[in-house]
Design a protein around this ligand. Sequence first.
Ligand code: GDP
Ligand code: FE
Ligand code: FE
Ligand code: FE
Length: 196
Amino acid sequence: IEYSNHYIPLTRDALIERLQNSLRPKRFHHVLRVEQTAIKLAKRYHVDLEKASIAGLCHDYAKQRPDDVFIAEIKKKHLDPDLLNWGNAIWHGVVGAELLKDECGIWDEDILNAVRHHTTGAVVMSPLEQIVYMADYIEPARDFPGVDRARQITDEDLGAGVAYQTKHTLAYLIKNNKPVYPKTIETYNAWVAKYE
Ligand code: GDP
Ligand code: FE
Ligand code: FE
Ligand code: FE
């Protein structure tokens, strides 16, 4: 897939090189698989393949930054101060999108929202956002009970896939006594009742 320059002022090769330099090999290979999965879903659901490639590659761009980078960015961009009560799991998407603007020249709000919402989902998600949320969950190396069901549902109905992931992630968080980010609950209320 060749980039048009409409969404990022880099070639795919140059973007790949940046990712290789900022991510450990395991994480780098994960983003390549998420890209391929996102492209497949984009073909299936008639979404722009270039945007799917960029968003898939960039979704974990900031995953390996130290906490102080996120904290400085939250303050600099005047993001929701409640973010300071959370950690890398929540920051790398929402705050990572800001770093993509600063460092990679991505300004397309659909791509940025796909990165912002890839961990928690959101009440309203575009087809691209749903694709990246699902691609991260079902990429070929993911292996957990229910992943094949998630792949099957996502191929049948993208929104039903979003509902499935949201329900199972919330159940996992609760079972393990993890704090639930408010947006995760909002996503659950918006997507799960609707499809069950
Ligand atoms: P990854 O970056 O490819 O590993 O995947 P994600 O960005 O989707 O998820 C990162 C981590 O955040 C996972 O361990 C999730 O279980 C976790 N996570 C997702 N939602 C929440 C939440 O509401 N609260 C907390 N504490 N963790 C969450
Ligand atoms: Fe992530
Ligand atoms: Fe995810
Ligand atoms: Fe990921």
